[in-house]
Design a protein around this ligand. Structure first.
Ligand SMILES: Cc1cc2nc3c(=O)[nH]c(=O)nc-3n(C[C@H](O)[C@H](O)[C@H](O)COP(=O)(O)O)c2cc1C
Length: 197
């Protein structure tokens, strides 16, 4: 089985460091034989979640699309920036909307994050590398019943971390990303065996 993995960053900023980290993950996943889908959340704009809005209009189409796309992949990798020692509002709002989608296109019960193997990366222009954002993001996704893997790749001073081809300059980061991708793939395979039983 060739696992299908969805990848996105928690920033839509031009030249986003988390976007470059997501691109490094895409390259490594492809190298390890995965069928990768890279999306930008800029293509799935969502209003700020407000339960009045949800009650009146339901989950916006982009929220439904994202939820079904996540469900259709064997794994997910998110590269997050860090805002005030936590995950950015774009990412939290996206996860909140996706968590409100409860059915697939045929009306069958579906929870996008339930049992979904998820890998987390972070980056920052500072020395903390966004590890505090990852800790919060991990807690949110575990609450949504995702299977967040333990290895993570956090990129400090990310504005200096990549060479012209987008590879990590530091061999330790290359190794960390390789391990993140290896374990994510292993987890998607384990899960598909469990589901086949
Ligand atoms: C509101 C705000 C809060 C921030 N807080 C942190 C922080 O707590 N830790 C950190 O390392 N960087 C922080 N930063 C800097 C971001 O990590 C930096 O701008 C980064 O490049 C943003 O991610 P992106 O390049 O993927 O868009 C903050 C930036 C903003 C806009």
């Amino acid at each position: 089985m060739i696992p299908r993995v969805l990848v996105f960053a928690g920033s839509v900023r031009t030249g986003a460091l988390s976007g470059r980290t997501a691109d490094a993950a895409v390259r490594e996943l492809a190298l390890q034989g995965v069928d990768v889908t890279r999306i930008s959340l800029a293509d799935y704009p969502l209003p700020l979640l407000n339960q009045d809005l949800e009650r009146e209009k339901g989950v916006p189409e982009n929220g439904v699309k994202l939820a079904r796309m996540i469900a259709a992949h064997d794994g997910l990798l998110i590269a997050t920036p860090e805002y005030n020692a936590s995950l950015p509002p774009l990412l939290k709002n996206t996860i909140d909307w996706v968590s409100r989608v409860k059915a697939d296109a045929h009306g069958r019960p579906m929870r996008a994050f339930r049992s979904k193997p998820i890998a987390l990366c972070s980056s920052s222009d500072g020395g903390y590398a966004g590890v505090r954002a990852i800790n919060h993001l991990r807690a949110v996704l575990v609450h949504c019943q995702a299977e967040v893997i333990t290895p993570q790749c956090s990129v400090p001073r990310a504005q200096e971390a990549f060479d012209e081809s987008g590879e990590f300059v530091d061999g330790r980061l290359r190794k960390a990303m390789s391990e993140v991708c290896r374990v994510l793939i292993e987890r998607t395979r384990l899960l598909s065996v469990r589901l086949e039983r």
